[in-house]
Write a protein that binds this ligand. Structure first.
Ligand SMILES: Nc1ncnc2c1ncn2[C@@H]1O[C@H](COP(=O)(O)OP(=O)(O)O)[C@@H](O)[C@H]1O
Ligand SMILES: [Mg+2]
Length: 457
């Protein structure tokens, strides 16, 4: 149990950090979305008297500080005229203009959320409480539409860090609007209290799950599966179809990152556990816990980069300059993207089993990178080499990565006779996602924290 003094000190530290984060121009220039808040109960109150407005279901995943659970019911308890605990909160920037005057019901965002329908937070609360389940098209039951991200109760220090990072994440997500970035639908609980949480669109599998599924498919196609052992052939069509899927996903991811960089933000934690797929199979980048605005205040004149915290992110995807504590900036995301793109195409971990010292000696100081499959096009081979170049100045921008991947995708789409508009792709990926999601959902009863992305010191 924390004392009153400890809580007061924590709130002071949190406010300082949140104020610092809001000091740049990002929050002045970018409009926040209208976000409702939901009440949470305390553990000791009984169900009848509890303020709790959510029923939580299975745990969908865990990160270093947070866990994500599905929301299986939303029961509104707070009366419409009651005070919104977020009305004057430090955490959420206020929406700048009164919106939605034309009430165009047909305008839904990519999460099937009729954004233009709402005039007030109460209207959104009502809509969400009536639509928290999605009917499954193939009649296999309903799925929750929303997930709650909250801090894991480990120890005081971790809870504190988790709560501050979660509040920063809420701030960034409330102002980010891109089809490949997860949508924040609301917030829950008292700001900066242990039951504080983010209400997000529920995803059906992570990019890590997708790479695992590709790895299994590749094994079969390469002749190590049962069919291939019996018939002894490599299924080249299946292999090129995997490359096409990986390129499509990489393109979507690069669009999300191009958007983030265009706002002068750096993401700093690209890895397969931080991206996933929605019900339609569209890629969404999530986990903005390490997102940071590149302001003048932290600019380093000499290098042209920024003074940022050393060793931020997940080491097997970490750029050398971040690892070594030099000033860094947007190129660290390009490095991580290069490693991840290589992994998506090769269905392997780039630096499998590396411990901290080994990563430092081989990757950071020795510039080792795994070999790139020569059957990939020269455009893709060059792109990966440029992305993970030791010198951050030699890495491409996400504008250029997007252009290059779009050209690559277009050529592959022609070869595959696919619609370049992406309709065929969405349907194909959606079918795969839902199928894999069901397999994963069964396995999820005993979730273990992924070892991928963590060093053993
Ligand atoms: N919206 C979501 N829907 C389903 N699962 C999610 C969602 N967001 C996160 N997860 C799962 O929870 C894990 C941890 O979430 P994340 O936001 O990355 O937390 P942390 O900040 O602790 O790393 C993810 O790797 C993923 O497996
Ligand atoms: Mg994460």
């Amino acid at each position: 149990m924390a004392s009153q003094q400890e809580i007061a000190d924590f709130l002071k530290r949190a406010q300082t950090k949140l104020n610092e984060t809001s000091a740049g121009v990002f929050f002045q220039r970018n409009n926040a979305r209208l976000l409702p808040s939901f009440d949470r109960g305390s553990e000791d109150s009984d169900e009848k008297n509890s303020k709790e407005e959510f029923k939580l279901g299975e745990t969908l995943g865990r990160g270093a500080f947070c866990e994500v659970r599905e929301i299986t019911a939303i029961m509104l308890k707070r009366p419409t005229d009651a005070k919104d605990p977020f009305a004057s909160s430090l955490i959420l920037p206020l929406p700048k203009e009164t919106r939605n005057s034309d009430r165009d019901i047909t305008n839904t965002d990519e999460g099937e959320f009729p954004t233009n329908l709402f005039q007030s937070k109460d209207e959104i609360r009502k809509y969400m409480s009536e639509n928290f389940m999605r009917k499954d098209d193939d009649g296999l039951g309903n799925h929750p539409r929303y997930a709650l991200k909250q801090v894991k109760m480990v120890n005081m220090k971790q809870v504190e860090t988790g709560l501050i990072d979660l509040s920063l994440e809420a701030k960034f997500l409330s102002c980010l609007n891109h089809p490949n970035i997860i949508k924040l639908r609301g917030v829950a609980g008292e700001p900066l209290s242990p039951n504080f949480g983010l209400v997000l669109d529920r995803l059906y599998m992570t990019l890590k799950d997708q790479i695992d599924a590709w790895t299994a498919e590749k094994k079969v196609a390469n002749g190590t599966g049962l069919c291939a052992c019996l018939f002894g052939s490599v299924d080249t069509h299946a292999i090129s179809s995997l490359i096409f899927s990986a390129t499509t996903v990489a393109y979507d991811l690069s669009c999300a990152l191009r958007h983030i960089h265009s706002l002068n933000l750096v993401y700093r934690d690209i890895k397969p556990e931080n991206a996933g797929f929605d019900v339609r199979g569209d890629l969404k980048l999530f986990d903005m816990g390490f997102c940071k605005e590149l302001t003048n205040k932290i600019h380093d004149e000499q290098s042209g980069m920024y003074k940022l915290t050393q060793l931020t992110g997940s080491p097997p995807y970490m750029a050398p300059e971040n690892f070594l504590g030099k000033p860094y900036g947007k190129p660290v995301d390009v490095f991580s993207f290069g490693v991840l793109f290589w992994e998506m195409l090769h269905c392997k971990l780039a630096f499998y089993g590396y411990k901290f010292r080994e990563y430092q000696m081989r990757v950071v100081e020795g510039n080792y990178r795994p070999p790139i499959n020569e059957s990939l096009t020269s455009r893709v081979q060059e792109l990966i080499k440029e992305c993970w170049a030791p010198d951050p100045k030699k890495r491409p921008t996400f504008d250029r990565i997007c252009l290059s991947l779009r050209a690559e995708h277009g050529e592959l789409a022609n070869e595959h006779g696919e619609d370049q508009g992406g309709i065929t792709r969405s349907i194909r990926l959606a079918n795969k996602s839902v199928r894999s999601f069901r397999i994963h959902a069964k396995r999820r009863s005993s979730i273990e924290m992924s070892e991928h992305g963590q060093f053993e010191h």
